[in-house]
Design a protein around this ligand. Structure first.
Ligand code: B12
Length: 311
C-alpha cells in the first residue's frame, strides 16, 4: 500500500466492515481520513490512515463515542496503532458497463453484474425484469441485501469519484422504488391491528430503504403506512397521534438530515410506540435514549417484531 496508490474508500470500508458513506462522514465530521489523493483526485488511504480508522472503529465497537474515538485514534503514536497486513497490490475490482461508462460493484456476483450492466446501459426493461425475478426468487430482504443495495452502493461510489452517472442513479432508483412500492401494494391483508409508520427524516430524499423495509414487513402481513421522503417532524407526530402505531421507523441517509433532536419530541404513544432510527446519517452520539438504532434491514425487521412483543 505505501509507496503505491493507496486504498480507495470502498476497499477500506470492506476491510473495516463499515459503509463507505460512514468513512466519508468520519472524515468530514472528525477530520480522520485519507492523507492523499490519486492522480485523478480520488481519495486514497495509506497504511497509517487505515490503522487509525481501524483503531477508531474498534473503540466505537467497544462503546467509545465516535468523537472521542476519533480523537484518540488521531492522537495515537504509530507504535500503538493496529498492525496492518503486508502491502498489497490494489484490489482488482470487476467493472461492467457500456458506452465507455463502467461501474464497479463491491460484492460482485453474476446477479449484481447483470443489474449493474443493465443500469449502466439504461436498459429499463432488463432492469425491471432482473429486479422482479430477484424479488420473486429470493424475497425482498435477500434481494435488497445481496443485489439492490450493493449495486446502489456501487453507483454511489462511482458518482462520488466522478460526479457523473446521475441519470443512471435516477433511473435505477425510480425502477426499484416502483417495484418495492408494488410489493407493498399487492401484499395480502395485514394481520396486525396497529401499523408500522415508515418515513424519511425531514428534507431527506433517500427513501429507498424505507420502501425496502415496508415491502419486507408487508410480505409478513404486517400493516404499514409509508410516508416516504422529506417528512416534516410535526406531520410525523400528527401521523403517530392519528394511527397509534406499534413502531415508527425514521431514515436519515446523510448527516444533513441526521439531527436526532426532533426524534425526542415525537409522541410516546399509549400503548408505547417503539421508535427506530436507520441510516448512516444519524449523529449516533446524540440519539435520544428511547430510540432503537438499527444498522441493517434484518435488524430493523427484528426490532419491529420486538415492538409487537414477538420473541
Ligand atoms: C439512490 C440515491 C439517490 C437518489 C434517491 C432516490 C430515492 N428515492 O431513494 C436521489 C437521486 C434522489 C439522490 C439524491 C441525492 N444524493 Co444520493 N444517493 C443514492 C444512492 C446511490 C443509494 C441510496 C440508498 O438507497 N442507500 C441505502 C443503501 C443501499 O446504502 P447505504 O446506506 O450505504 O447502506 C449501508 C447501511 O445503511 C445499511 N443498510 C442498507 N440498507 C439498509 C436498509 C435498512 C432498513 C437499514 C436499517 C440499513 C440498511 O447497510 C449498508 C452497509 O452498512 C447513494 C449511495 C449509497 N451508498 O447509499 C447516494 C448517496 C447517499 N447520495 C449522496 C448525495 C450527495 C446526494 C445528493 C446531495 C446529490 C445532490 N448533489 O443533489 C442528493 C441528496 C438529496 C437529499 N437531501 O436527500 C451521497 C451522500 C454523501 C453523504 N454521506 O453525505 C451518496 C452516498 C452518494 C455519494 N456521492 O457518495 N440520491
Amino acid at each position: 500500500m505505501d509507496g503505491g496508490v493507496g486504498l480507495s474508500v470502498g476497499a477500506v470500508a470492506r476491510r473495516l466492515g463499515v459503509a463507505p458513506s460512514t468513512l466519508r462522514t468520519w472524515g468530514r465530521r472528525y477530520g480522520i481520513g485519507p492523507s492523499r489523493h490519486s492522480a485523478g483526485g480520488h481519495r486514497r488511504y495509506d497504511t497509517t490512515d487505515v490503522a487509525r480508522l481501524q483503531l477508531m472503529n474498534q473503540l466505537i465497537l467497544d462503546g467509545t463515542p465516535p468523537e472521542e474515538a476519533a480523537r484518540k485514534a488521531l492522537a495515537a503514536a504509530p507504535e500503538d496503532l493496529p498492525a496492518q497486513p503486508p502491502p498489497q497490490q490494489p484490489e482488482p475490482r470487476p467493472a461492467w458497463g457500456s458506452g465507455g461508462q463502467r461501474l464497479a460493484v463491491t460484492e460482485s456476483t453474476p446477479a449484481t453484474r447483470a443489474l449493474a450492466r443493465a443500469a449502466m446501459g439504461m436498459d429499463a426493461v432488463t432492469m425491471q425484469r432482473l429486479i422482479d425475478e430477484a424479488l420473486r426468487r429470493d424475497g425482498v430482504v435477500q434481494a435488497w441485501q445481496e443485489l439492490f443495495a450493493p449495486v446502489l452502493i456501487g453507483i454511489g461510489e462511482r458518482h462520488a469519484e466522478t460526479g457523473a452517472i446521475v441519470e443512471i442513479e435516477h433511473l435505477l432508483s425510480g425502477t426499484l422504488l416502483s417495484a418495492l412500492a408494488r410489493e407493498v401494494a399487492t401484499a395480502g391483508p395485514p394481520i396486525t391491528a396497529r401499523p408500522v409508520v415508515l418515513a424519511c427524516a425531514a428534507e431527506e430524499q433517500h427513501s429507498l430503504p424505507v420502501y425496502a423495509l415496508a415491502a419486507s414487513l408487508a410480505a409478513e402481513r404486517i400493516a404499514v403506512r409509508v410516508l416516504g421522503a422529506r417528512m416534516p417532524y410535526e406531520a410525523l407526530a400528527a401521523a403517530i397521534r392519528h394511527l397509534g402505531p406499534a413502531a415508527v421507523f425514521v431514515w436519515s441517509q446523510t448527516p444533513d438530515t441526521g439531527d436526532p433532536a426532533p426524534l425526542a419530541g415525537l409522541p410516546g404513544g399509549r400503548p408505547r410506540v417503539r421508535l427506530l432510527a436507520g441510516g448512516p446519517g444519524w449523529a449516533d452520539d446524540r440519539l435520544p435514549e428511547r430510540v432503537h438504532r438499527v444498522g441493517t434491514l434484518p435488524e430493523a425487521i427484528a426490532e419491529v417484531h420486538a415492538a409487537y412483543g414477538h420473541a
